[in-house]
Design a protein around this ligand. Structure first.
Ligand SMILES: Nc1ncnc2c1ncn2[C@@H]1O[C@H](COP(=O)(O)OP(=O)(O)O)[C@@H](O)[C@H]1O
Ligand SMILES: O=P(O)(O)OC[C@H](O)CO
Length: 499
């Protein structure tokens, strides 16, 4: 048996390759950011070929760094930014256009069209998702309607649809020369085209959205020996795991029991609670989603509070307003003032996701006075993450009937101690940061490792989890209430901006 397992973590901002050992320690890691393309307000694109090149680069770099070769890996898993949509020519392997990123809002007209035709309730019951610009089905429809030749090729099966996991798997396993065209249940559940109960493409949804089945991948479990990788530098390794990144973090945090939950703080933030082997419909604005399916076991479901913009707001302060040069500098800047100076920043850049689902909301800064300065805005930006997480925690408590007793966290923002303390204060529960915060990559490594017997069962995985640091709530109730009520007021100011 080889010594390690590898994970390709293709996120919104960057691509990582991480090699893990059996105790879930990182043996090697390489990472590279890719370009964010903003052709118009509300549009966000990635170049799928750049992502592919970066992925090959980081795989090569991580292996070289630890002096490893493909034969040292028992298996490889993929985890990915979800919903982001690619359509490519199956003969040339070239994408027909840039990938439409999950936070892109260009499908707002399509959303309105289908909302007018009714169906919202029925779509939600089948797919677990509200009609919104977020999901892949309408992004694919937009490409079919707007990119020349796309529909003709897709109907003949000459153009293939995939989220980033599918795009990567196809390329890793041969591309035009026999690459597998598959997606796992967790990713498929974000297209709005899959029936949650049967885990198959839903004929009625395909018909409604006019999506030709010929371009769709086969839906497979999240953990299974899919195929051998045929391209260097991983040639000969089994591709055996595939999970949307937020579901992967749930697995990486070993939230296998109903009621167990985690929150990942990255570009956006995503709180997922395992609800067991039956889907639970949300009444409070959450998504019902596939969590994972290991081999031929029953799939597990989750309730999800998806927040579009959290870490992306830090990037926006860095790149668009030039407040600082690197993301980590937001913490000393925000700490340089005593509090937010009554400033609230609602980052509704892509509308508001859970629990509001307002496509027509846009960002606002509320409460500005002559007193407010750059540091107050930075502090308000960090705080907006914690308020948004409280919004989805409250919804989760309504839907699950389970009060949150503590929050397991991970993702790029959890190094920010000011944020972690404020989060604990806003939720009035302890916030836990595990020793391993690369839980997204770890989750897909777990899926791949389980498929080939590298780990025997989920008990092996649970044994690897441990806490690095805990933050306890210490803010007086009156202050907590003041902050959160002001936030709720600011949120209403962002509504109904787009006509
Ligand atoms: N010290 C920090 N404080 C606040 N935000 C941070 C900090 N360091 C990184 N970030 C944010 O974390 C995000 C990156 O997290 P990551 O989990 O790698 O994201 P993704 O998986 O979405 O690509 C970026 O949006 C960045 O702005
Ligand atoms: O790449 P991340 O970590 O920002 O995650 C993006 C989500 O998968 C979008 O649904």
């Amino acid at each position: 048996m080889s010594k390690y397992v590898g994970a390709i973590d293709q996120g919104t901002t960057s691509t990582r390759f991480i090699v893990f050992d059996k105790q879930a320690h990182i043996v090697s890691l390489a990472q590279k950011e890719h370009e964010q393309i903003y052709p118009r307000p509300g549009w966000v694109e990635h170049n799928p070929l750049e992502i592919l090149n970066n992925s090959n680069e980081v795989i090569g770099a991580a292996l070289a760094r630890a002096n490893l070769s493909a034969s040292d890996l028992a298996a490889v898993g993929i985890t990915n930014q979800r919903e982001t949509t690619v359509l490519w020519d199956r003969h040339s392997g070239r994408p027909l256009c840039n990938a439409l990123v999950w936070m892109d809002t260009r499908t707002d007209q399509l959303v309105q069209r289908f909302a007018r035709d009714g169906g919202q309730g029925r779509f939600r019951e089948k797919t677990g998702l509200p009609l919104a610009t977020y999901f892949s089905g309408l992004k694919l429809l937009w490409i079919l309607e707007n990119v020349e030749g796309a529909r003709r090729l897709a109907e003949k099966g000459d153009a293939l649809f995939g989220n980033i996991n599918t795009w990567m798997a196809w390329n890793l396993t041969g591309g035009p020369d026999g690459g597998i065209h598959v997606t796992d249940v967790s990713n498929a559940s974000r297209t709005m085209l899959m029936d949650l109960q049967t885990c198959t493409w839903d004929k009625e949804m395909l018909e409604q959205f006019k999506i030709p089945e010929a371009c769709l991948p086969k839906i497979v479990p999240s953990s299974s020996p899919y195929a051998e990788i045929t391209t260097a530098p991983l040639r000969g390794t089994q591709l055996a795991g595939m999970l949307g990144d937020q579901q992967a973090a749930l697995v990486g945090q070993t939230c296998f029991a109903p009621g167990e939950a985690k929150n990942t703080y990255g570009t956006g933030s995503f709180l997922l609670m395992n609800t067991g082997t039956e889907p639970v419909q949300s009444k409070a604005g959450l998504l019902t989603t596939l969590a994972y399916q290991f081999g031929d076991e029953k799939p597990h479901y989750a309730l999800e509070g998806a927040i579009a913009i959290t870490g992306a707001l830090v990037q926006w302060l860095r790149d668009n307003l030039h407040f600082f040069d690197v993301a980590g500098q937001i913490e000393p800047l925000a700490r340089s003032v005593e509090n937010n100076g009554d400033v609230y920043l609602v980052p509704a850049f892509s509308g508001l996701y859970a629990p509001y689902w307002k496509d027509d909301a846009r960002g606002v800064i509320a409460g500005l006075t002559r007193f407010a300065n750059k540091a107050h805005i930075a502090r308000a930006a960090l705080e907006s993450t914690a308020y948004q997480v409280r919004d989805v925690v409250e919804a989760m408590e309504i839907d699950s009937g389970i009060p949150l007793s503590s929050l397991r966290t991970d993702g790029g923002m959890v190094v920010n101690e000011l944020l972690m303390q404020f989060q604990s204060d806003m939720l009035k529960v302890p916030v836990l940061r595990p020793k391993m915060i690369e839980t997204t990559a770890l989750g897909s490594a777990y899926a791949a490792g389980l498929a080939v017997g590298y780990w025997r069962n989920i008990e092996d995985l649970r044994a690897n989890w441990g806490i690095d640091k805990t933050w306890e709530p210490k803010m007086p109730d009156a202050d907590r209430d003041h902050y959160y009520q002001s936030w709720k007021k600011a949120v209403t100011r962002s509504f109904a901006w787009v006509d």
